[in-house]
Each structure stands twice: as C-alpha cells, then as structure tokens.
Design a protein around this ligand. Sequence first.
Ligand code: HEC
Length: 225
Amino acid sequence: MELAGGLVFDESPAFVAVAPNITPDVQTGIGGWTDAQIVASIREGRRPDGTIIGPPMPIGLYRGLSDGDSAAIVAYLRHSEPVKNTPDKSKYNVPLPPNYGSPVAAVPEPNRAYKLAYGAYLASPAGHCTECHSTPGPQGAPDLAGSLGAGGMQFKGPWGVSVASNITPTGIGKWTDAQVKTAITKGVRPDGSKLLPPMGIPYYANIAPADLDAIVAYLRSLPAK
Ligand code: HEC
C-alpha cells in the first residue's frame, strides 16, 4: 500500500484530511497526470481539475522546492508500484484559499557552497522540519514568520500525544553538534530518552553528513524563541 493513501489527519478542528493515492494507477492514483501537473500539485497546491489541495500539505514550503528536486520526486513517483485504492475525500471546515500565490515559474537548485542557505532549503522545502517545529497560528497552520522552530505543534497517535520541540537555540542551544545530529538521525536525546513519532522514525536516518552539517548550522542560526 506504499503511497496508496488513506492516512487520516484530524488533529485540527479545521479539517479531516485524508492522504490521497499518489501511485501511478491511472484510475485511482495520479498515473494520468503529466509531469508538470504533478509538480504543480506539489508546489502550487493545484490539481489538474483546478481544485485546491488543503492542509496539511505544506504547499507554502514546497513552493521553494527546486526544479531538479521536483523532477526527481516525479520520477520516483512514476516508478512506484501502481495500487488501486480510493481513500475517502478530505473534509475542510474552513474555506481553502483560491491559490497559494502566483504560479511557480522556476526554482533554481540550492547552492551547497552557501551552508546556511542550503541548510534553510533542507529544513524547509526539502525536509519540512519547520512545518512541524513552528508554533501553530490561529488557523492551526504553523506560524513560519513569527515562531520559526519554536515548537508546540501536537501529534496524536498510538503513542499518545507528542509535541514538537523547540529547535531554536532556546531548545537545543546547549547540545553539541553531534548530539543534535543523533537526535535527528537516531531519535535519541542527549539524556538517552527516545523521541516519539512522528520524529524518531527513520526518515532522517540516512541524511548525508554534509547535509546534516548544513541543517545543524541553520538551526543554530535561527532567532532564539
Ligand atoms: C512530522 C513532524 C516533524 C517533522 C517533519 C520533524 N520533526 Fe523534529 N520532532 C517532532 C516531534 C513531535 C518531536 C518531539 C518528540 C518527542 O517529544 O518525543 C521532535 C523532536 C525533535 C528534536 C529533539 C529536540 C528536543 O529537545 O527534544 C530535534 C533536534 C528535531 N526534532 C529536529 C528536527 C529536524 C532537524 C527536522 C527536519 C530534518 C525535524 N525535526 C522534522 C516532529 C517533527
């Protein structure tokens, strides 16, 4: 059932969102969409039929996903196994925006030579750390402008409720670089405690060392909140 959808997001009173099928199945997935249409759904939050994709898809962050990385994601989705599955439709109790901004024309590749800017790219459009780790604003969406990295978003699951930590220098400023990296890649804090999902599961286990360096440098540069 990989990528076949069905995961329900109901933490916010604003919606019960259901992740759709994004396998290449033509009838029930996105196999009939063109590459450009898939990229537009990720970066602009717009389906080929013109409808708008709602939260928790972090479209605001994905607008910054580079052309190369978007193309790589499309290639990966196209080569995944087609699965027939029709999850329920999402229900939004708040109106969705008519769009998330003007169409995204072209996004250049991040320059790895600029460590902080590259770390910012990895922590937002690519790794969406800041989506979970910024404090929710009045509509439930993270307040990326006012409280970037300050934590507070809640996640319910079989583990109970986990709360995203403050990852600005207020939260992890005293940790060494190695300790921050262990928390990200292995889900273990300096005191040995384990991080609950959705952190602590192995998405981030294989981040390349140079990328991890850039992420840590970027987190250190965030305003303390
Ligand atoms: C899907 C949501 C989500 C995403 C994405 C996410 N995190 Fe987390 N993170 C959490 C939650 C929730 C916790 C707290 C878990 C707990 O309390 O056990 C956490 C904990 C942490 C901690 C431990 C801090 C402490 O004081 O306990 C660090 C460091 C961290 N995350 C860094 C990152 C980085 C860097 C990224 C991106 C590469 C990232 N996170 C992406 C939800 C997320």
